[in-house]
Design a binder for this molecule. Structure first.
Ligand code: PEP
Ligand code: MN
Length: 332
């Protein structure tokens, strides 16, 4: 159950009541927000006089639910905005990993020329094998910051684990928590206290319930700017890397208040399917689309098979706006 309590409560009272009612709590500009276990269906007697509003929940999807907030949250994504009433589908593009200044610069100038303002690339890569490229680390973050300074981009880049979360919070405009880190509670809790938006990717072996509950860890820490990213789940199918769960996307749109971003690149795993999937994603009326593109995918140090070359990326972009328009949105 969610309670909006009066800010007249002292910090001692907040701690005492929270302990007694097993409430996770944070304070925003308007209220003290208490989140009690969803099994509690009525406002506890001693909190009644402080309660300004309350919502009983039918599962532990609470702060992220449409029953709590009927409209999709609007999140500040660097200089742009995503979700809410923007009617935008925000494009987020760039290589899988930062590999060198030259590589990043070539993609950055392409994005700039195409008026794409959100650049992605990983510097701390959570790889499947310890023997493959692990990312450039902090040097990679510095190169991303350089592109931001030069082109005015907003940068989204991923946290690998607790050892680099502080660096990501410092450098990124949007913090990405990758599929393999979705369950890293140290990272989730730290991001709950961060003053930057978070893009949480779905673990490929996780249910929607588990995915959104991870978002609840960030939200209940007091960070109200959380976005969900569907990037494919593991099924019995092996011809494609993962299976993009578009049914799940419909569920998220219907029942959660968080902006939804789709990543067809990681789902498909092969460049040949990314354009078709991107068009299908935009047709679903989503808040954002994340696509990997690299100047020369053949030599990419990670996710080589799925990255679009720049020609393919340009061709894809030309086809998206009419589809976005058909569902009442625009690509930004
Ligand atoms: C990525 O965005 O490059 C990435 C590693 O994605 P995911 O966490 O979805 O595998
Ligand atoms: Mn990748």
């Amino acid at each position: 159950m969610i309670l909006h309590l009066s800010k007249s409560l002292s910090s001692e009272q907040i701690s005492e009541y929270a302990l007694r009612h097993q409430a996770v709590h944070y304070t925003n500009n308007e209220h003290v927000v208490f989140v009690l276990p969803s099994a509690i269906k009525s406002v506890p007697e001693e909190l009644k006089s402080y309660t300004q509003d309350s919502w009983a929940s039918d599962s532990d999807i609470q702060l992220a639910s449409k029953s709590y907030r009927n409209n999709v949250r609007e999140v500040a994504w660097g200089k742009t905005r995503i979700g809410g009433n923007t009617q935008s589908t925000v494009m987020i593009a760039g290589p899988c990993s930062v590999e060198s200044e030259e590589q990043l610069e070539v993609t950055a100038s392409l994005l700039n020329e195409m008026n794409i303002v959100n650049m992605r690339a990983g510097a701390f890569k959570p790889r499947t094998s310890p023997y493959s490229f692990q990312g450039m680390g902090e040097d990679g973050l510095k190169l991303l910051a350089k592109m931001r300074d030069k082109y005015g981009f907003s940068i989204v880049t991923e946290v690998r684990d607790a050892t680099n979360v502080e660096a990501i919070i410092e450098y990124a405009d949007v913090i990405q928590i990758g599929a393999k880190s979705m369950y890293d509670h140290g990272v989730l809790r730290r991001c709950g206290k961060a003053n930057k938006p978070v893009l949480l990717k779905r673990g490929f072996g996780s249910t929607i319930q588990e995915f959104v509950q991870c978002a609840e860890f960030i939200l209940s820490g007091g960070n109200e700017q959380v976005m969900l990213c569907e990037r494919g789940i593991r099924t019995f199918e092996t011809k494609t890397r993962f299976t993009l769960d578009l049914c799940g996307v419909s569920y998220l749109k219907e029942y959660t208040n968080l902006p939804v971003i789709l990543d067809p690149s990681h789902a498909m795993g092969y460049a040949y399917g990314v354009a078709d999937l991107s068009r299908a994603c935009v047709a679903m009326g989503i808040d954002g689309l994340l696509v990997e593109t690299h100047p020369n995918p053949k030599v990419a140090k990670s996710d080589a098979s799925q990255q679009l070359n720049h020609e393919e990326f340009r061709a894809l972009m030309k086809t998206l706006n009419p589809i976005a328009n058909a569902v009442g949105r625009k690509m930004v």
